[in-house]
Design a protein around this ligand. Structure first.
Ligand SMILES: [Zn+2]
Length: 72
């Protein structure tokens, strides 16, 4: 029997947990919508690093000009 005597690499978050933490795209923002689409594609390919890339981009996307100013 083999004993594991070395530190193991951290376990990756399960997909369910990761998707629960997905930031939602801001409604009306084309960039966010495109990123969300790309993220869904990456997820379907099993490309988790791309998925988290998209999440970071969506989370960091500034929306100053989309602030509701006198919208009807
Ligand atoms: Zn956006």
């Amino acid at each position: 029997m083999q004993r594991i005597a070395y530190a193991q690499t951290p376990v990756e978050l399960p997909l369910t947990l990761a998707s629960a933490a997905d930031p939602g795209p801001v409604p009306g923002c084309d960039i966010c919508a495109a990123l969300a689409k790309e993220r869904a594609l990456a997820r379907s390919r099993g490309d988790h690093s791309k998925v988290s890339d998209c999440n970071v981009e969506i989370r960091n996307h500034p929306h100053k000009e989309l602030k509701q100013r006198g919208q009807r």
